[in-house]
Design a protein around this ligand. Structure first.
Ligand SMILES: [Zn+2]
Length: 334
């Protein structure tokens, strides 16, 4: 059978790799600053800038500092931030998550006041706000870490609505409860936020690569783990069902998390649904490159750019990365 493509020696692929300009001309995929989202961690207080030990260059920021950090990224062209909050107090009902004057709600208001053009996305989950560190409600006395699905939905919906009321441009539920996108969509619509999009963490896997994040968000479960609600890393067909459910329930953007070890999932999601697709390059991915670079084992910029480009090549339209501001500067200077 003859090949539909050229054959050696008539066809020589190296011809188009001879110069930087030629390589740029035929590049199939590009990473652009327009696609980047920077996650930020808000804490109470003033002038607080607390380095996260396991994530060099990442800080817990009081809202004044957070606005400065966001402004710096915005000047470099980063269009969006994704907010996480670390409350002063935690309880069984995660009441800090939906408090009108909660840490995220305050951060959103200050950000929108200072940077009205910047897209402010809020992470919607309960784990930073529950005393046990799980992503939902647990029956008192139950030490198995079994989160009760349906009672959690109401609290997630309240949280999302309170973010929208504070001025959030988009909400991003990360809890992995069944039915939460519909619960949030219904509540947002009821409260008059029909134009607030939902970016769902549609296929979120129970991953070892979240380790450093838990230092940053102070959200490590006190007992048990998250494997009864986050996905098993073995499963890609199940991931397609999760994504289909979220789309049916009203998700506007679907996310795959983590990214680098799940490029096949990103690719399938994009090919099968064609929805706007986000890849969350998680803390472990970031910190591995940072640590290796610090030891002189990899070139930080090259390794970071290559791994983020891989997410684009797999099909991600949006790339969420802790390196967003650095990457924006590299893209500007390249
Ligand atoms: Zn959570």
């Amino acid at each position: 059978m003859s090949s539909p493509f050229g054959q050696f020696p008539g066809y020589r692929p190296r011809r188009l790799r001879q110069s930087p300009a030629l390589r740029r001309l035929v590049a199939e995929t590009r990473l652009s600053v327009d696609q980047l989202v920077l996650p930020l961690f808000a804490v109470g207080g003033k002038k607080v800038r607390r380095q996260v030990g396991s994530m060099p260059g990442v800080f817990q920021l009081s809202t004044d500092e957070l606005v400065r950090e966001a402004a710096r990224a915005h000047e470099l062209g980063v269009p969006a931030v994704l907010l996480f909050g670390i409350p002063a107090a935690k309880d069984a009902r995660a009441s800090g998550a939906y408090a009108q004057n909660g840490i995220v709600q305050r951060a959103v208001r200050e950000l929108k006041r200072a940077l009205p053009e910047m897209i402010v996305i809020t992470d919607v989950c309960l784990c930073e706000y529950t005393a046990h560190g799980h992503c939902g409600v647990i029956k008192p006395g139950d030490k198995s870490g079994r989160v009760q699905n349906d009672p959690t939905l109401e609290l997630l919906a309240r949280t999302a609505a309170s973010h929208a009321a504070a001025g959030a441009d988009m909400v991003a539920p990360s809890d992995m409860m069944d039915g939460r996108v519909r619960a949030i969509r219904t509540r947002l619509d009821r409260d008059g936020f029909t134009d607030t999009p939902i970016m769902s963490y549609a296929a979120k896997f129970a991953s070892a690569f979240y380790g450093p994040f838990r230092d940053a968000a102070e959200s490590t479960p006190k007992f048990g783990d998250r494997r009864s609600y986050q996905m098993d890393p073995s499963n890609s067909r199940e991931a397609m069902r999760e994504v289909a459910l979220d789309i049916e329930e009203g998700a506007d953007i679907v996310m795959v998390k983590p990214a680098l070890a799940y490029l096949d999932i990103i690719s399938r999601v994009k090919n099968e649904y064609g929805y706007p697709t986000a890849a969350y390059s998680v803390s472990g991915e970031y910190s591995m490159i940072k640590a290796a670079a610090k030891n002189g084992w990899v070139n930080e910029r090259a390794a970071m750019m290559e791994s983020l480009l891989a997410m684009r090549r797999a099909g991600a339209d949006i790339v969420i990365t802790y390196a967003a501001a650095e990457v924006a500067a590299w893209l500007r200077d390249s």
